[in-house]
Design a protein. Structure first.
Length: 89
């Protein structure tokens, strides 16, 4: 699966795609856009998403699935978060 199916704005650098997608998910979850609130809603600590993004530059496959389950596949599919890992159906 290529990233073209789930485009992001041109000003987002490829290495920033994961952070952009996660921050967008945080806004979908709560109008404050808090990564901490989204992390807690996913069952983690308030720093879970920050730690994943800062350590690896992306989020885990399991976290992608949890975000999809929380926000709904029709609104936020896992393929948007990690288009090179998941294959859109």
């Amino acid at each position: 699966m290529s990233a073209e199916k789930f485009p992001v704005p041109a000003w987002v650098k490829p290495e920033q795609r994961a952070e952009f997608a996660v921050r967008l998910a945080a806004f979908y979850h709560d109008k404050s856009g808090s990564l901490g609130k989204l992390s807690v809603a996913l069952g983690g600590s308030s720093s879970m998403l920050h730690m994943q993004l800062n350590t690896t530059g992306t989020i885990t496959v399991n976290t992608c699935i949890k975000i999809e389950e929380l926000l709904g596949r029709d609104v936020f599919p896992r393929e948007f978060l990690r288009p090179y890992i998941f294959v859109a159906e």
